[in-house]
Design a protein around this ligand. Sequence first.
Ligand SMILES: O=C(O)[C@H](O)[C@@H](O)[C@@H](O)[C@H](O)CO
Ligand SMILES: [Mg+2]
Length: 382
Amino acid sequence: MKITRLTTYRLPPRWMFLKIETDEGVTGWGEPVIEGRAKSVETAVHELSDYLIGQDPARINDLWQVMYRGGFYRGGPILMSAIAGIDQALWDIKGKVLGVPVWQLLGGLVRDTIKAYSWVGGDRPAEVIAGIHTLRAIGFDTFKLNGCEEMGIIDSARKVDAAVSTVAQIRETFGNEIEFGLDFHGRVSAPMAKILIKELEPYRPLFIEEPVLAEQAEYYPRLAAQTHLPIAAGERMYSRFEFKRVLEAGGLAILQPDLSHAGGITECVKIAAMAEAYDVALAPHCPLGPLALAACLHVDFVARNAVFQEQSMGIHYNQGAELLDYVINKEDFTLSGGQFAPLTRPGLGVEINEPLVAARSQHADDWRNPLWRFADGTVAEW
Ligand SMILES: O=C(O)[C@H](O)[C@@H](O)[C@@H](O)[C@H](O)CO
Ligand SMILES: [Mg+2]
């Protein structure tokens, strides 16, 4: 079998799908995208296709190494997201050719279900209580929200109190009936992270995510040393070679590689195994579309240290399209008691509505995240 064509579809709300065709009529789908830089990743995918056209899609490991090492420069969000989506599509092809789901090719199920969690509250945590009530009614009991709004390197007690009061309301309303992670979203620097974490401890969030930016990862062990709250990070790390440093340094209780940013299934299965060696939990990052989620689920179902799975149903970013809009087999993503079951169709297990994808890709806006500034005009982390 030979790879014959790569076609990319930038789609609402902010996703990109990739279709890889072969000379034997088997096609594979993947989701190569960095939110807000879809066109850059699209260019990278088509640059990498020079290494792929005419090649045997079954040689995933070799093609991955060629894409990663063949161009001298490597790593980072654009190239690793391009590789990720291509890798997902190659696994989709392999599963379809062999008639089995990807998790079967990776050694079979290690669990029967995986817990899902859902975002509430939007860019600035608001209507969180109402959001949790709505999502509880459809089976969720685990949530994530932004832990704070803009936060200066040194900021006020008022800002800290605003963050804490949102969390206090959640515990006051729901007690220990629900769990929630707080995503600092890289908005906070170490001095304020120390204060926020200390003030938030009494409300027992499930984890604190990106308490500081990945480029400040040396603070993760220092922050972990001051708190019993689990610290999570990983959505802005892109390969084993980045994750090895944070695992070695310690401090992270949960790794959150993104299956569409960190080199795909081939790379994230290895990252999951590295995390298990350090007794660190895995919770793949996934605010994206159905192919990215499917790729996460295949890793969740073979990684014993997977603990819960982010998914984007109802997420504040999904304006103009929802998680399953482009999926024919929507029923395979049904949650039961807030849990996903394994996807059982061959490959990734996602039947894409191709005519709809082709049509909607004609009018895809070029999504950008908002650019935030502090009152004094300096750029704030969003
Ligand atoms: O945890 C999450 O889902 C992420 O922090 C998410 O909010 C961002 O990755 C966003 O998608 C960037 O555009
Ligand atoms: Mg996050």
